[in-house]
Write a new protein. Structure first.
Length: 880
RNA sequence: GGGCGGUUGGCGCAGUUGGUUAGCGCGUUUGCUUGACAUGCAAAAGGUCAUAGGUUCGACUCCUAUACCGCCCACCA
């Protein structure tokens, strides 16, 4: 036969993906006769390239989508990409910089053209990479957060929220990235601990030789100081009432204000107030009616207010100011101080808190329903612990700064009339650009230059992709979606906001379940990132090991919600498994006679032609199938993967295939082999779609379906599950293993056939074992095999005991009595210890009176079995 | 400052409501070109489940501390 010995995923995967796509198997139209199942993809950024996080994330989604599709649901996996405002603008700006240009050279319109060009060229890279993973998304439906429909949804939402009074514009301290030159939301400023300094500076008191010592981590902001604040209860500063201090360098007089917000224990207990550059100071400044003074430009250089320091970068200015203070003898000391500092989540530049006029969404009213739906348990998190994280965030929600001072994104639908809004806050909010000012008729209309936060489109994703605000049949059928699969990093950015948007605009949650998987890290536990150079490229892994191997491996080693530590060699697990399946299938394909496998399994449960081995593998298969489904439904995907692995490798391959070789041409073997393999492939298909398809296509067809991905999920046939059959086979397996163990212990040449005598207690076991003697003979290389209730131990024989079954291997001259004594003695010691443990339990009154019946029963049965085994062991030691 | 996760054989990890002889993969040792597979087969070695208490008839599993590692949130300048 021309099937190669090693599975080669390379050509196979491409071929089948193309086949699925061309057949339209990924496409899902609403079908009222079927139940819907839908997932929306977390849209990757158009700047993105596939990393292991994506690989894990999308493998999980694909598993569910393929699983549900086979189960008969009308299944939609909605794909798309995110325009990723700041990230994309940065990438294009960098590209321009290489050509020696800036965005301002081009101007807004030309620049946006460049971005669109860039997106045309690179924006679908990640989509193609997702395809090589095997993702069965409905690509015909692919959306982009900047496409027409989604842009319309964004405008609709802005207008509606504004009408409701939930969008407002105002001057507040926001996080400013001086490199991206835009405002950020609180979530976009990532706090990282930084080793900084706490500087102690003397502020002279007017008309006095004394001074107040102020402690600060950012001396450069003193240029914008407007007051010094102390706690009214702080006795050290009692005398400061009605005093004025002089701001060093700029010599500005500063009021002393009193407020309990100041912690007397921190620093010197005196806080300099810079309302334009610190949120706490801003609040204090407002409470005490102080005018903020902004001292920085948008690139964090000092502005004209800063006198000699103007033009310096903030950190440069910090040093210069300290030097000057030292010269003026107003610098007391500095001490190391570790504190959290915000950093831009896109470029990692230190964020500057800065007073700025921005657009905000009032979040508390939106949070309320989003909170309720989770508290009521209608929307569930897996693992559960994220519920608390979500609730905690929702309950402490702060308003969302949504305006960004960049060009790439949804332009804010706000217009200003030069004539009438210059003097007022009257703005025009409209989805369409107005010709004239509706208030004064003025024709000089200007649109707000800012764009919206990227997440302002992402939070609508579960319904905007389905057509909202239009009332489409897709929206009606597929919303709410079934599960959202994502990583913990984006719970606040995205998950929480989607719930709020869903509740507000659809009056229903966007998904029923949220599955939060772990973060992919390298084998030292560090998060994978391009800049650290520790990434394992999934595309690389795919070309090396295959997509199935990647998928299986990563799923198998990722426990629910736990972070996963990856190293390239871990993918050998999946590659080896794929190869194992490949070769098992080769064996079957080389032997299968198509005319012998057509029997209907539904009528086979009582079929007398089935042997113990046949019944056993069927029993084991259906148990594995049941466990597999149960695990998937509980989002315990690694359990599912490992369960089917265990079945295929260690039951089907290790035992049944070996046994089947002996009766390969008989119909019962043919049928069982075919059914079990075919069903195993179907079960495994969601995890390893390519290899299962490839083999399935080579098998005889039972139904008219064209592909494994559109066949039905294996039907559960509980009637095949039998504990009795399992136990019977267990004994045979144990005997084979015991004989192999004896062979190894006594170093019997592996080719040599040996004689074995087995003494059993019951006649019924004699006949059961007798009927399956060929398996024992074959699998343990036994020549003469005698099974009886009346065996007496042959001379010079080694023995192995399985409860009441004794296995004798005559060794003749090579037996070493001492060695055998020691071996059996050790086994006996182990059993004695166990018996003592069980006896201890059973003698314990508390155990007898309080433990559940079945547990006591179990202990008793175990005790009996141990005793039986011990007595036969003892007897055999005596006989040595 | 709060919250969360982790600590199980040499390494990486499972262990779902407390009752298992504590599992898996890699690695290790020994033996195998057994007519599907050396990306394999067979046999084996290796763990007082981080520490200290507690609850319980019974704890890897529940509770309370402690230690170490990691993450998230938070306006201590």
């Amino acid at each position: 036969m021309d099937i190669p010995k090693q599975y080669n995923p390379k050509d196979t995967e491409k071929k089948w993906y193309k086949f699925w796509e061309e057949k339209g198997f990924f496409h899902a139209e609403p079908d009222p006769k079927k139940k819907p199942y839908s997932i929306v993809i977390p849209p990757p950024n158009i700047t993105g390239i596939l990393h292991m996080g994506h690989a894990l994330n999308n493998t999980i989604q694909d598993i569910y989508v393929r699983f549900k599709r086979m189960q008969g649901f009308r299944t939609l996996w909605m794909p798309g990409t995110d325009h990723a405002g700041i990230a994309t603008q940065n990438v294009v700006e960098k590209k321009l910089a290489q050509e020696g240009k800036t965005k301002d050279d081009l101007g807004r319109e030309k620049f946006l053209e460049e971005v669109w060009k860039w997106r045309e060229e690179y924006g679908s890279t990640i989509i193609n990479q997702l395809k090589s993973l095997g993702s069965s998304c409905d690509w015909e439906k692919t959306r982009f957060t900047m496409d027409e429909g989604l842009s319309d949804a964004v405008l609709e939402v802005f207008v509606k929220l504004h009408e409701k009074g939930l969008i407002y514009r105002g001057n507040y301290i926001i996080n400013w990235c001086p490199r991206c030159k835009t405002a950020l939301s609180d979530e976009e400023a990532q706090h990282r601990d930084v080793d900084g300094m706490l500087y102690y500076i003397k502020y002279p008191i007017e008309d006095s030789k004394n001074h107040v010592i102020v402690a600060t981590t950012r001396p450069e902001t003193m240029l914008g100081d407007v007051a010094v604040c102390v706690n009214p209860k702080d006795k050290r500063y009692k005398d400061l009432k009605d005093k004025t201090v002089i701001l060093p360098i700029l010599k500005r007089p500063l009021k002393i204000i009193f407020d309990t917000k100041v912690d007397p224990k921190f620093g010197t207990g005196a806080l300099k107030i810079t309302p334009a550059h610190d949120p706490v100071d801003f609040e204090l400044g407002r409470a005490h009616k102080l005018e903020p003074i902004n001292v920085m430009n948008d690139d964090a250089t000092i502005n004209e207010v800063g006198g000699d320091f103007s033009g310096m970068d903030r950190l440069e200015a910090r040093e210069a100011i300290i030097d000057e203070l030292k010269e003026m003898k107003l610098f007391l000391k500095s001490e190391p101080h570790r504190h959290a500092v915000g950093h831009c989540y896109r470029c990692h530049t230190m964020v500057e808190p800065r007073l700025s006029k921005q657009w905000f969404v009032k979040m508390a009213p939106l949070a309320k329903p989003a909170l309720d739906i989770v508290k009521k348990g209608k929307l569930k998190f897996y693992p559960k612990r994220w519920t608390k994280v979500y609730i905690n965030w929702m309950e402490n929600i702060r308003d969302w700064c949504i305006s960004r001072q960049i060009w790439w994104g949804h332009r804010i639908p706000v217009y200003y009339c030069k004539k009438c809004s210059a003097s007022s806050e009257n703005v025009i909010v409209s989805k369409i650009r107005p010709e004239k000012c509706p208030k004064c008729g003025g024709s000089e209309i200007k649109q707000d230059p800012d764009v919206l936060d990227t997440w302002f489109s992402s939070w609508l994703w579960p319904f905007s992709t389905l057509g909202w605000p239009k009332k489409t049949k897709e929206l009606k059928y597929f919303y709410p979606t079934n599960v959202l699969v994502t990583a913990q990093e984006i719970i606040f950015f995205w998950v929480a906001r989607m719930v709020m948007a869903g509740m507000e605009f659809m009056k229903d949650m966007p998904f029923k379940d949220v599955y939060i998987h772990g973060t992919v890290r390298d084998d030292t536990g560090t998060k994978m990132s391009k800049s650290l150079g520790n990434v394992i490229d999934p595309i690389n892994i795919i070309s090396q090991f295959g997509s199935d191997a990647l998928r299986f491996s990563i799923i198998s080693i990722t426990a629910q919600g736990q972070d996963v530590f990856l190293a390239p060699q871990k993918f050998e697990l999946g590659r080896n498994f794929a190869n194992k399946i490949w070769n098992a299938s080769r064996l079957v394909l080389m032997n299968l006679k198509e005319d012998k496998v057509k029997k209907d399994l539904c009528q086979m449960a009582g079929d007398p032609s089935l042997t113990l081995a046949d019944r056993w593998i069927l029993s084991r298969f259906f148990q594995a199938l049941g466990d597999f489904v149960k695990s998937l439904e509980a989002y315990r995907i690694n359990d599912a993967a490992n369960r089917i692995y265990e079945f295929i490798w260690h039951e089907l391959c290790d035992w049944y295939l070996e046994m089947a070789k002996l009766t390969m041409d008989e119909e019962h073997t043919q049928v069982t082999l075919y059914k079990v393999l075919e069903k195993s492939l179907r079960t495994l298909h969601p995890i390893m779609p390519f290899i299962t398809e490839d083999i399935w296509q080579r098998l005889p067809r039972e139904h008219g379906t064209e592909s494994i991905m559109v066949t039905s999920w294996p039907h559960m046939q509980k009637e095949f599950i039998s504990k009795k059959i399992d136990a019977e086979m267990r004994l045979i397996i144990n005997i084979v293993q015991a004989i192999r163990n004896l062979r190894a212990t006594w170093r019997i040449e592996h080719k040599k056939e040996i004689d074995i005598f087995i003494k059993v207690k019951n006649k019924s076991v004699v006949s059961s074992l007798g009927a399956n003697a060929i398996y024992v003979k074959r699998l343990a290389r036994v020549g003469k095999l005698e099974i009886s209730t009346k065996i007496t131990k042959p001379k010079h024989s080694a023995v192995s005991v399985i409860e009441d079954t004794e296995i004798f291997l005559p060794l003749g001259g090579i037996i070493d009595i001492d060695k055998e004594k020691k071996r059996l003695g050790e086994k006996l010691d182990g059993l004695t210890a166990e018996l003592n443990r069980i006896n201890g339990k059973l003698k314990n009154k508390g155990f007898i009176s309080k433990a559940p019946k079945n547990v006591i029963q179990q202990a008793k049965e175990r005790k009996e079995r141990v005793e039986v085994e011990m007595s036969s062991l003892k007897k055999n030691i005596r006989l040595l």
